[in-house]
Ligand binder design. Structure first.
Ligand SMILES: [Zn+2]
Length: 516
């Protein structure tokens, strides 16, 4: 991890005491008066004789590529030692420095304003709390590495809390552990009163927690449907890379989802009628779960380990988000939660958005990823007149790449094989460079894909859909106005058996029927 400049360079000299054993930072989060939208946080920090302890608040959350001002929601930060108040400096908006006065340990306390309802912020309402790691936990800059404990104390009448963190050894309610700071920040915590639906898949413990006004939602049924998505992912990747996973499903206002390694934070609207959310919801949840592999463990080399003060720039969001957006609906169909027509509708939506966006002539897919942090960036919310979102062009390129691999190998290999091989090679601590990912794709396809990648990632040339349409036996629905294509994919009535077989292979269940 690279840290910012002079403040820490100076501090390391001052505080360069050796740390022979892993210290544990045990955070306590108290929600005493939820109506105030605030939480009290405390933690005891060992100093090992250092004259100062520096604290840093993150400025971004992995997975959400926009700078956040979390420090503005920290108030009343103070520190004591043996009951004596210590001096605290506040040199930069998101930096604090405790002058230890020679104390062996200091107790840090601060209050969090939790009034922003979003997947990467904190919210406390009258009956619900959603706490996200980067908005909650200050980093202790010296010493360490630390292990972490979190204890959450709930107000009267609140019974539940849930998180992707492991339970503490005492298994006490609301007591969790994390082996490192990255894990701590990657595990949002929810609390309140909510039903939880547990299910096991291949020895792993999975849980759906439904929070807020669930309307006619049937969590028991949906947890069984989620189990199918989990199982299909296990078949695709060959592994479930966790012991515990929590689908945190928060109903009510708010939008979007955010992936984590052992949980996903989902904002959902209650079903309008009946108990099912329909295909869009399955596709959305499937997208977030797929990220548990693609980006949380198989990642562009720039996306980890994280510096929470320096947002990383990567050209690889077309893999992290684009390929995940392609697979979201595919895995939902494989899980039996939608039809081929549902998948074609979603993919057609991306193609239509791409082809109707003037920005596709102005920005390459690589630049869309690299420029995401800039003002008017090209991610979600980018200006379609000036750029193109990797959420739109990314899945379309994944589609034509899948077809390229299938065509080049006469149907023997597909994008599934590329993702599996890339996962085996690059997941975990390593990460992949753009060049490594492209070379792996070429290896799977059995041919050189350099010029193919250049065209689709590094140029603004129009996408040529003909190979993909031929491969999967598809066409664009006929249009009355030849100048205005429909961009609506549909099976070609003249498709051959081989073409039909390619489409059916893309969408068929891999899991054994009796595993359901
Ligand atoms: Zn995503």
């Amino acid at each position: 991890m690279m840290r910012s400049l002079s403040l820490f360079a100076m501090t390391v000299v001052v505080a360069s005491m050796p740390c022979l054993a892993l210290d544990t930072l045990a955070y306590t989060i108290r929600i005493q008066a939820p109506g105030t939208g605030r939480a009290e946080v405390s933690v005891v920090i060992p100093t090992h004789g250092a004259r100062a302890v520096d604290l840093v608040m993150p400025i971004w959350s992995p997975g959400y590529y926009a700078v956040q001002n979390y420090a503005k929601d920290v108030e009343s930060l103070g520190a004591t030692s043996s009951g004596r108040r210590l001096e605290v400096e506040h040199p930069v908006a998101n930096h604090w420095r405790i002058l230890t006065n020679g104390a062996e340990k200091v107790e840090l306390t601060y209050r969090l304003i939790c009034q922003t309802r979003f997947v990467s912020t904190n919210w406390i309402g009258p009956d619900l709390a959603v706490l996200t790691g980067p908005a909650t936990f200050l980093k202790v800059a010296q010493g360490g590495p630390f292990t972490y404990e979190v204890r959450i104390e709930l107000p009267q009448g609140w019974k539940n809390s849930a998180t992707g963190m492991e339970d503490a050894p005492d298994h006490a309610p609301g007591h969790f552990t994390a082996p490192d700071y990255d894990t701590l920040l990657d595990c949002p915590i929810v609390a309140g009163n909510f039903p939880s639906h547990a299910f096991r898949v291949a020895g792993t413990r999975n849980e759906l927690v439904d929070i807020g006004n669930t309307g006619s939602w049937n969590g028991a049924v949906e947890s069984r449907n989620l189990a199918r998505i989990v199982e299909e992912n296990r078949c695709l990747w060959g592994v479930l890379p966790y012991r515990k996973y929590v689908f945190i499903n928060v109903f009510g206002p708010g939008a979007g989802g955010l992936e984590h390694a052992t949980s996903s934070m989902l904002s959902s609207m209650p079903p309008a009628s009946g108990s099912n959310q329909g295909f869009r919801w399955y596709s959305y949840v499937s997208h977030e779960f797929f990220h548990g592999y693609n980006v949380k463990r198989l990642r562009p080399v720039e996306l980890g380990p994280f510096d929470y003060e320096r947002p990383p720039r990567t050209a690889g969001l077309w893999v992290a988000e684009g390929i995940t957006t392609y697979y979201g609906p595919i895995m939902a169909v494989r899980a039996g939660l939608g039809t081929p027509a549902d998948f074609l509708n979603e993919l057609s939506g991306c193609i239509r958005s791409l082809q109707n966006s003037p920005g596709r002539h102005k920005q390459t897919l690589e630049d869309s990823s690299l420029n995401v942090w800039d003002e008017g960036g090209s991610g979600v919310g980018g200006d379609p007149a000036r750029g193109i979102s990797y959420y739109i062009k990314g899945p379309v390129v994944a589609f034509v790449l899948d077809a390229r691999i299938r065509t080049a190998t006469r149907g023997k290999r597909s994008l599934d094989d590329l993702m599996r091989l890339a996962y085996r090679r690059f997941s975990g601590a390593k990460g992949f460079t753009e060049g490594q990912f492209r070379a792996t794709a070429g290896e799977v396809a059995g041919c050189d894909l350099d010029s193919w990648f250049h065209r689709h990632l590094a140029s603004t040339e129009e996408i040529d859909y003909s190979e993909a349409l031929t491969c999967f036996g598809l066409r664009f629905a006929p249009s009355k106005d030849s100048a205005k294509p429909t961009w609506k994919l549909e099976p070609d009535p003249a498709a051959s058996e081989i073409q039909k077989a390619n489409l059916s292979d893309l969408l068929r269940a891999r899991a054994e029927a009796d595993a359901r």
